[in-house]
Design a protein around this ligand. Structure first.
Ligand code: CA
Ligand code: CA
Ligand code: CA
Ligand code: CA
Length: 403
């Protein structure tokens, strides 16, 4: 890489960092002049070369690479669908709805050219009347108007550009009037009397206003579509575009016609049922001779079940919904137990259940045997601590109480 290229990379990096750090700083250099070709001048809003009168409000760049961190801001970023992957928004936006207080000179200015002014240079080859189309995104009732100026002047025909299209990037060329608040079509224009370089100006009318691109068109019948016509420069460098973000995927057509809005719940509602399990067998001790639940299965094929061992290996096999909630049995877990029982029964296996260790009956809980009653007495086994049975045809069940 040559030294020149290295310097270029360094300069570009510096320029981008500055933009990311200050979203109100221009991306375009002062020598950038947009060109009129066949009666059309197209300009990305984010390519202003200068911004003035920003004490109260300023235009902030939102791009697919960065968004301004400015509050309050009444709406989220709308970079999806923005031409060149970027647009401008006047922030902060303290007047989002008609109910928010209108403060002239702060969040509103019916007077043009006094707040948040953008500057663009254009070259006009064919003088005449140019209708001004702006591609904007409005989400509320107080973010849909802006003023246009030319060469430091703010003619009546450029004031109160207005749109009433909502929740999408949309083109409009309308002027709000006292009689028509929604705007009079094709009544927003600039009369440019001489060929050559001119300065196009935008100034704030309502904070929160968002602008993606604008077009000056000499043909009154012309209407921009999509992201509008290509941008052409007479002089200077048009900044590189940001990656464009595709619009959200279109809605999938419904496979059924619309319903009536009724809500219906079907199926069995979950409901807790109170159950009592009583196990009543002979007393036993692990050192007993007979019965001895720990040694009676010796030499046999045995499935040994220890379903409640709080904090130990069997921490998640108990049929209760939770370790400390033994009043509620989990039917799905009991079903899983049922599969084990059915299998063992079919195989003639000895099933040995130690229904609980010590946590239920001795007022201790957890693997450290800390004091604390586990809520078991109302429904779970209260008298038996161990049960065992022989599965199979000639099964005998033995239930033992371990003392
Ligand atoms: Ca916003
Ligand atoms: Ca506003
Ligand atoms: Ca907005
Ligand atoms: Ca744009």
């Amino acid at each position: 890489m040559s030294l020149t290229n290295l310097l270029t990379v360094a300069l570009l990096t510096t320029a981008f960092s500055a933009q990311a750090a200050d979203p109100t700083a221009p991306m375009a250099a002062p020598d950038l002049v947009f060109d009129e070709v066949d009666g059309i001048v197209a300009v990305e809003a984010e390519h202003f070369y200068r911004q003035t009168l920003t004490e109260q409000r300023a235009w902030h760049i939102t791009s697919s690479k960065s968004a301004p961190d400015m509050n309050p801001d009444a709406d989220p970023p709308h970079v999806a669908g923005a031409s060149g992957g970027a647009y401008l928004e006047i922030l902060p936006d303290t007047r989002a709805t008609h109910g928010d207080q209108l403060i002239a000179g702060e969040n509103f200015s019916d007077k043009p050219g006094v707040m948040a002014v953008l500057h663009y240079k254009v070259n006009i080859n064919t003088p005449g009347r140019y209708y001004v189309w702006v591609r904007s995104f409005s989400t509320g009732s107080e973010d849909n108007g802006v003023h246009l100026g030319l060469n430091g002047r703010w003619p009546e025909s450029g004031q109160r550009w207005q749109t009433v299209q909502k929740q999408k990037w949309a083109w409009d060329c309308k002027q709000r009037t006292a009689d028509v608040h929604t705007g009079v079509p094709m009544q927003l224009f600039l009369d440019i009397e001489k060929a050559g370089e001119h300065e196009i100006l935008f100034s704030m009318r309502e904070d929160g206003f968002e602008m993606d691109k604008f077009v000056l068109a000499s043909n009154q019948e012309y209407t921009p579509e999509g992201t509008g016509p290509a941008v052409k420069a007479k002089a200077g460098q048009i900044p590189a575009p940001f990656p464009e973000v595709a619009k959200a995927a279109p809605l999938v057509l419904p496979r059924q016609p619309d319903g009536q809005g009724a809500v219906e719940i079907s199926g069995e509602l979950k409901e807790w049922h109170k159950v009592t399990l009583t196990l009543d067998g002979p007393y036993a001790h692990e050192l007993d001779n007979a019965p001895n639940p720990f040694t009676d299965g010796k030499g046999m094929n045995v499935v040994s079940c220890l379903p409640y061992n709080a904090g130990g290996d069997g921490d998640n096999v108990w049929p209760f919904v939770a370790r400390d909630d033994k009043c509620h049995w989990d039917c799905s877990k009991l079903d899983q137990w049922g599969m084990v029982f059915d299998h063992a029964t079919a195989q003639g296996l000895y099933l040995h259940f130690k229904l609980q260790e010590n946590e239920i009956d001795d007022d201790r809980r957890g693997d450290k045997s800390e004091p604390g009653r586990v809520p078991s007495r109302s429904t779970a086994a209260s008298s038996a601590t161990s049960a065992s049975c022989i599965a199979g045809k000639s099964s005998r069940a033995s239930v033992t109480r371990w003392r």
